[in-house]
Design a protein around this ligand. Structure first.
Ligand SMILES: Cc1cc2nc3c(=O)[nH]c(=O)nc-3n(C[C@H](O)[C@H](O)[C@H](O)COP(=O)(O)OP(=O)(O)OC[C@H]3O[C@@H](n4cnc5c(N)ncnc54)[C@H](O)[C@@H]3O)c2cc1C
Length: 425
């Protein structure tokens, strides 16, 4: 019989909430440590594009990305920018980022590792949403990637080859067929790729909060506090230190998103984790736009119908965590949406718009860390999900529950190991 433990889950974004749900399902006693409102704006999990896509296996750094760096530095309106003043602080991470994508062989390995977390993500989320009594949170009516024309799609050939190699299936839609599928699209998009197996979440923040409620209903606890350290004796964890006092426990899982690095350092490890900042705007109560989530190839924004209205999420801004938001980026998103959906252009102008900036917790190779700490096997890391944390959270949680139980993992954990950064340390 499996021994049940008292496990502290540090951070309750989508990853921490899913980890906690997987652990209570295995009858562990779980305490979620989270200082903010669960599912609140402080978390990346609040504001993401809401995509649950098995096709998100393509890393950000690809062969040839290095050639685009001058553009990233010089064009403040592009979908990816690097803040000049942050270059010195970010340089080691940036070099690793470019190195991670410098050959096709490297990106093929990364894509395969991402696929091991994402290939059944929609099904895992549907199962979880049903389990917590909120099946309506996950909608499975597919995802659409749009291009100006077939030529532009062909230029993205490596990305689609990586998807094909990893079992992603799609239908190509050209001209009238595309506009029949999504009538709200502007005519400057003439080619689309429909991934029928994709899903989206209608309210990512509320979903995280609902998972937390389920954890509490399953005898879990919420400690509203900041984790500040770890008390380890003879290689065994005794307690997680918090600003509300120590929490005695048998194990801890670090899922604190972008703030994980500081906690990892307290455990004697280090990981090159930086923020790829992103933005969203939500046109409140706008439900007349796209019927399904759309990803535009030119502006790289995710346009997703949500409960609150049309959410337009995107932009990658490589900058330090504490730099103030640049709200011009959210204006760019709004302008791009007006161009993408001419039929709702006027509505977009008249609606109240909420704006948000958050931190993708990103490692240079775009893969999370799912591993035990070197100082104690009782401390497990589960962070660094970059662009795919919503989609990858249930599989991550499954793997973490397996590590706690000492089970053979269903997929190889080596791409997610701490060791891959050993040169960094
Ligand atoms: C613009 C944008 C669009 C995105 N689109 C998508 C998408 O469409 N699909 C997708 O799969 N992913 C997407 N992502 C990525 C995804 O949102 C993240 O990978 C994911 O939310 C990370 O979840 P997390 O739980 O690791 O971190 P977070 O959601 O950031 O949660 C971390 C939590 O830890 C808490 N915390 C921090 N420090 C401590 C501490 N010391 N003690 C206790 N708690 C602490 C924080 O308060 C926070 O609540 C997007 C991200 C952005 C920014």
């Amino acid at each position: 019989m499996m021994m049940t433990k008292h496990i502290a889950v540090v951070g309750s974004g989508i990853v921490g909430a899913c980890v906690a749900a997987a652990l209570v399902a295995e009858k562990h006693r779980v305490t979620l440590i989270e200082p903010g409102p669960v599912g609140g704006e402080q978390a990346a999990s609040f504001g993401n594009g809401a995509w649950i896509s098995p096709a998100s296996v393509v890393p950000m750094s690809m062969p040839g990305t290095w050639k685009k760096v001058p553009g990233y530095l010089l064009d403040p309106t592009g979908p990816l920018t690097i803040r000049w003043r942050d270059v010195p602080a970010m340089l080691p991470w940036l070099l690793r980022f470019l190195w991670a994508g410098c050959t096709e062989a490297k990106v093929e390995r990364t894509a395969m590792a991402l696929a091991s977390l994402l290939s059944d993500a929609p099904a895992r989320h549907r199962f979880l949403a049903a389990e917590i009594g909120r099946p309506e949170m996950v909608v499975s009516n597919g995802l659409l990637y749009v291009y100006p024309d077939r030529r532009a799609f062909m230029l993205d050939g490596l990305a689609w080859r990586l998807r094909k190699q990893n079992g992603v299936e799609w239908t190509e839609l050209e001209g009238a067929a595309l506009h029949e599928r999504e009538p709200s699209l502007g005519t400057h998009y003439g080619f689309g790729v429909f991934v029928a197996g994709g899903a989206h979440c209608v309210d990512p923040g509320a979903y995280v909060a609902a998972i937390k409620d389920h954890v509490i209903a399953m005898n879990g606890h919420l400690l509203p506090a900041v984790a500040t350290g770890f008390s380890i004796t003879g290689g065994r964890l005794k307690a997680v230190e918090t600003d509300a006092g120590p929490l005695a426990c048998d194990a801890a899982v670090i899922c604190a998103g972008i703030r994980s690095r500081a906690l990892v350092r307290m455990c004697g490890d280090d990981v090159p984790l930086h923020s790829e900042r992103g933005y969203h705007v939500v046109a409140q109560s706008l439900h007349e736009g796209p019927s399904i989530p759309v990803m535009t190839s030119d502006s790289k924004s995710a346009n997703t119908p949500t409960r609150a209205g049309l959410r337009i999420a995107g932009q990658v801004e490589i900058a330090t965590v504490d730099a103030p938001p640049n709200w011009r980026r959210s204006d760019l998103l709004l302008g791009q949406a007006a161009a993408t959906y001419p039929s709702v252009r006027e509505d977009l102008k008249s609606r109240r718009v909420s704006r948000w900036m958050g931190h993708r917790p990103s490692t240079p190779d775009g893969l999370p860390v799912i591993d035990a700490s070197t100082r104690s096997p009782d401390i497990i890391y589960a962070f660094g999900h970059g662009h795919v944390g919503l989609a990858a959270a249930p599989m991550t949680a499954h793997l973490v529950a397996g590590l706690v139980a000492g089970r053979e993992p269903a997929v190889s954990l080596s791409p997610f190991s701490l060791d891959r950064f050993s040169l960094w340390r």
